[in-house]
Design a protein around this ligand. Sequence first.
Ligand code: G4P
Length: 294
Amino acid sequence: MTIQWFPGHMAKARREVTEQLKMVDVVFELVDARIPLSSRNPMIDDIVKQKPRVVILNKKDMSKQSETDKWMQYFKNQGFYPVQIDSKHGKHLGELMKAAQAATKEKFDREKSKGLRPRAIRAMIVGIPNVGKSTLINKLAKKSIAKTGNTPGVTKKQQWIKVGKELELLDTPGILWPKFEDQTIGKKLSLTGAIKDSIVHLDEVAIYGLNFLIDNDPEKLKQFYQIELNEEDEVVDLFDQIGRRRGMLKRGNEIDYESVTELIIRDLRNAKIGNYCFDIYEEMKDGLYETKEH
Ligand code: G4P
């Protein structure tokens, strides 16, 4: 489901998350490991403020490991507790528990020194749509909890899910908006399925994807679609080659560009061509450290 984020919705989503935050010791900020920066809510630091934060790079199974490792270090340097997991297959959830403990250690030590009884850590998940919030909640709960729907403002009575003895998780995630004003980010969000419909033009998304492959993995691109890459080729020539190879033709032997576009996007979204991280650390790092201190 695509959310139309209007200022009113954004304000309401923010208010809801701010309310929920009061109930928790730690925030699990979920991002897509393929776009660890572009899949963040632009106001997340303002919203979460000083609350301890575990940044979860989810869908690690579809990202490029060496890039994910660089982003892990980046988030660590920012004072967060990053982990990389694969919610769909329930992998590395133990590391998430460890990170939650590390993030809350100070608070719990303080409580202990005041003579308070040990208790479970309380956490909530926040993130933009489609980064895997429901999948993670269900995995941690070890059962299927109905999805609230990606609609901010749809409230229901919140409940705590017990995850072992040590963690209690709010069953309703905080859904925040992505940074959609930036065209490049919009394309990356579309390529990873965070935005499924046409906030950005799909042909531009496919072109972006092909250019990414030409720059970062040309051999795989050639091999996967059985095409040739020649110096003088324009990206549109690659659409032609792929269309012909796959028999995506219309009447009169014309290339069916719409089908080729959908194919390229689908293959990238599902990591069929390879595992990629579209936020390339080396290319983005210069602008990074201007961000706020915590
Ligand atoms: P949300 O609550 O944040 O909106 O996201 P949700 O859990 O609905 O997950 C969005 C999509 O991402 C789902 O795929 C889900 O299976 C997939 N996903 C979540 N975590 C991971 C992960 O760690 N690895 C991989 N590979 N995929 C993950 P879908 O295509 O919408 O549904 P389905 O085909 O899986 O049923």
